[in-house]
Design a protein around this ligand. Structure first.
Ligand SMILES: Cc1ncc(COP(=O)(O)O)c(C=O)c1O
Length: 461
């Protein structure tokens, strides 16, 4: 439309050149990052001061002594103390394409030159339309999901999902959710989350009914038990359950996943009872080997509502025709920022047009190589100290040392000091999880190997 009027920002040659030059400069500067390096002696003290000031500003210290300089390259990121880390947590799942990906940078930069930085639902621009079109097309390939409502974070997308299911099944109050689930940090999502440490001092609303998850060591029995518990809850709370909320693969809960056979009998039963099935794919989206984990697990036909965030650079609640809510139920000032929308569109484009998905896609190869590397260490120099390596796609976890929280927390810090960023998940055992960027190469896996080996051996001294 703007083109017809003779003033389209997207096709301005001058803007293209300007953006191209700026991104080339970033690529040039970030190419100096060759790999992991230790802090610079002269930068340690000023960086520490900055970190201390963060503690003063927000009332508690950072988990890691991490302030980024804004410079990174692929899986590597530079910090204010001059060190470079191998980033295998990428902001807990945001930077799927790694740091300073030229195409993502260009898209975001072009987005930042539009008339507004934040888009809302009342006055959207074309990026809002384009993103919604793209994500609904992709989501509906193997599911009945038809509509997308954009928002800013996973928690808010989840709030919308819960409201949608409650409105449709009103006046049902209760929710079914998995043991060890994580759903976000709002009042209701803290309720849905199965971790007392995240709701200290909050009142209990007693609206969540827990279902045990799949146990890979006991597949048949754990599947039967989960179905039995679902049936028991439904019998006890007939017509008072609005939704079954589940992560296709537990994120914070320990990076364990269940096959299709676990979910299908539960879903068939829930369908009979007209209870909504909501897949929380905030963490799994784009990581499990297909774009959606419901595609990887082949359960798309059952899904009524699906939430995504992180990699998408914004958050989305996707829902079927049947679950399209009445006007007024979900809204909010912000839909997303224009740079985020533009970057999100670009990331979807890269993911779906290049060779990332499927059994021989890049994600599957990274998974196999990374897990083999952990298993090799577990069988050789770190014998028995890196157990049960596994997961799906770019979500990999391992149980190190004795799996106790204290020892693994200490290992996380040792890994960080040695140049590798990861994070914990689960309880009994407490595990290390890696959210591996999709741009990880074999030589980077070898860097990870050396650091993990060194750190494990250091912890056992
Ligand atoms: C499965 C799941 N749901 C919801 C959330 C909350 O998303 P956000 O932190 O963007 O609000 C997360 C975040 O880690 C998550 O992993």
């Amino acid at each position: 439309m703007a083109q017809l009027l003779g003033h389209d920002l997207s096709s301005s040659k001058k803007i293209d050149q300007f953006v191209e030059q700026a991104v080339q400069e970033v690529v040039q500067i970030s190419s100096k990052i060759e790999g992991v390096r230790p802090p610079h002696s002269e930068l340690i003290a000023p960086a520490k001061q900055t970190m201390d000031s963060v503690e003063k500003l927000r009332g508690r210290p950072l988990f890691y002594p991490y302030i980024g300089t804004g410079i990174g390259r692929g899986p590597y990121v530079e910090l204010e103390d001059g060190s470079v880390k191998l980033d295998l947590i990428n902001g807990i799942g945001i930077h799927l394409m790694g740091h300073s990906h030229p195409r993502v940078l260009k898209a975001a930069m072009k987005g930042s030159l539009k008339d507004i930085l934040m888009q809302g639902h009342l006055q959207p621009n074309m990026e809002y339309v384009e993103f919604s079109k793209k994500i609904t097309e992709l989501a509906s390939r193997k599911s009945r999901l038809k509509y997308a409502w954009l928002t800013t974070c996973g928690t808010m997308a989840n709030e919308n999902a819960l409201k949608i299911s409650r409105q449709k099944n009103t006046p049902a109050r209760m929710m079914l959710s998995l043991k060890n689930a994580f759903a976000g940090r709002s009042t209701m999502m803290a309720e849905l989350t199965d971790n007392t440490a995240y709701k200290q001092g909050l009142p209990d609303y007693n609206e969540v009914l827990r279902v045990p998850f799949y146990d890979v060591k006991n597949p048949k029995q754990s599947s039967e038990e989960a179905l039995r518990v679902v049936k028991e809850h439904v019998a006890k709370h007939e017509k008072n359950i609005s939704v079954f909320a589940f992560e296709p693969m537990l994120g914070e809960g320990g990076y364990t996943w269940a096959p299709r056979e676990f979910f299908v009998p539960i879903f068939e039963f829930l369908k009979e009872k007209k209870i909504a099935i909501w897949a929380d794919e905030v963490q799994t989206f784009s990581r499990t080997g297909e774009l959606f984990a419901y595609e990887t697990l082949e359960i798309g036909q059952y899904i009524d509502i699906c939430t995504i965030a992180k990699t998408a650079q914004l958050a989305v609640t996707l829902y079927t025709e049947e679950y399209n809510p009445q006007p007024g139920l979900i809204a909010g000032t912000f839909a997303s920022s224009t740079p985020s929308l533009a970057a999100g569109i670009e990331i979807l484009d890269i993911l779906t047009k290049e060779d990332y998905f499927g059994p021989s896609g890049k994600i599957s190869k990274i998974h196999k190589n990374f897990v083999s590397m952990l298993n090799e260490l577990n069988e050789t120099s770190c014998k028995g100290l890196l157990r049960d390596a596994g997961g799906l796609g770019l979500m990999v976890a391992v149980t190190p040392l004795d799996g106790s929280k204290d020892k693994v927390m200490n290992l996380l810090k040792v890994l960080f000091n040695n140049g590798l960023m990861s994070f914990g998940c689960g309880k009994d055992p407490f595990r290390i999880r890696f959210l591996i960027p999709a741009v990880m190469e074999e030589k980077d896996i070898q860097v990870a190997k050396r650091i993990i080996e060194k750190s494990i051996l250091e912890c056992c001294k």
